[in-house]
Design a protein around this ligand. Structure first.
Ligand code: ADP
Ligand code: ADP
Ligand code: ZN
Length: 214
């Protein structure tokens, strides 16, 4: 099964994508994670993207389409993928359709995680991840069972994103409203959309995602 998780920054896409990887053996395709890897390796793309990401703006479509096209060429996506953070513009959605068609792949479902955007600042500012395995946590909503120790791997080092500040979140939410919300109707017209309540507790959202996928 191939799906898109759609939702504002902080909606819980990454959290649910990781659970789908574990539960359904799908592969998470996170363009945000891919861009952060490009920054870490100091590639030409990473150098271009860094300032744009920290300003809370979207990286140009051409670069993003190239990045995801190379990923979709890899064999492991055939076991089923969860797109997390892509597409974010109508041009990206149209390019994705063409890419999938060329590979003989089809999109089965788009799950929209509806959230109260005013609540997203708190979600994002409290977000951190385990450096060793990437597991996601939150200061208030999802603390590890043992203080400062990753539930998944026992790691004790955590990190926060440089763009997870309250100022940047506002720009990111604006970009979401202006550039990403139009793709909801794009997928609704294709009959692929299911909307769920992303404000529910994490386990309940997981259950709703599961039901949306059938
Ligand atoms: P996204 O990938 O959509 O930006 P994340 O999955 O990283 O969002 O979630 C943002 C933050 O909110 C993380 O710290 C995560 O632990 C927390 N979180 C995710 N889902 C929920 C939820 N349903 N309720 C409360 N906090 C959540
Ligand atoms: P979140 O879901 O928390 O908003 P992501 O990790 O998906 O964050 O993305 C972080 C940043 O990377 C975005 O604010 C944007 O600058 C850039 N980015 C990620 N995916 C895309 C995309 N598909 N198109 C344009 N920019 C992107
Ligand atoms: Zn870990």
């Amino acid at each position: 099964m191939n799906i898109i998780l759609l939702g504002a920054p902080g909606a819980g896409k990454g959290t649910q994508a990781k659970r789908l990887e574990a539960a359904r053996n799908m592969v998470q395709l996170s363009t945000g994670d891919m861009l952060r890897q490009e920054i870490t390796s100091d590639s030409a793309l990473g150098r271009k993207a860094k300032g744009i990401i920290d300003a809370g703006e979207l990286v140009p479509d051409g670069l993003m389409i190239e990045l995801i096209a190379a990923r979709i060429d890899q064999e492991d996506v055939r076991k089923g993928f969860v797109l997390d953070g892509f597409p974010r513009t109508t041009a990206q959605a149209e390019a994705l359709d063409r890419m999938l068609q060329k590979k003989d792949l089809k999109l089965d479902r788009v799950v929209e995680m509806k959230v109260d955007e005013n609540a997203m600042v708190e979600r994002i500012v409290g977000r951190y991840i385990c450096v060793k395995c990437g597991a996601g946590y939150h200061d208030k909503f999802h603390r590890p069972a043992t203080e400062n120790t990753c539930d998944q791997c026992g790691g004790t080092e955590f990190s926060r994103r440089t763009d997870d500040t309250s100022e940047t979140v506002r720009a990111r939410l604006r970009a979401y409203q202006e550039q990403t919300v139009p793709i909801v109707s794009y997928y609704r017209k294709k009959g692929l959309m299911k909307s769920i309540d992303g404000m529910a507790p994490i386990d309940e959202v997981t259950h709703m995602v599961d039901e949306a996928l059938g």
